[in-house]
Design a protein around this ligand. Structure first.
Ligand SMILES: [Ca+2]
Length: 85
């Protein structure tokens, strides 16, 4: 498996693995997001201010949790930005 389908599968798998840790398994709490960043992007989860900022960027409807749509929207935007450099 390669290319976009593989990338989507990784995105979904990553979300599911962390979203299921506490509370609603369809959303990421700030604690789950912190853990995701800490494990998947070494160094990124250790800076609390950066995590807070990242969380509020992801949580576009400001309900205090990051759902899959918010997560995918953000990752897609990030991918587009990265591909344009
Ligand atoms: Ca939200």
């Amino acid at each position: 498996m390669a290319g976009l389908p593989a990338a989507m599968a990784i995105l979904m798998d990553t979300f599911d693995r962390y979203a299921g840790k506490e509370g609603d398994s369809k959303t990421l709490t700030k604690g789950e997001l912190t853990e995701l960043l800490r494990n998947e992007l070494p160094g990124a989860g250790s800076n609390k201010a950066a995590v807070d900022e990242f969380f509020s960027m992801l949580d576009s409807d400001k309900d205090g949790v990051v759902d899959f749509t918010e997560y995918v929207t953000f990752v897609t935007a990030l991918t587009v930005i990265c591909s344009k450099k």
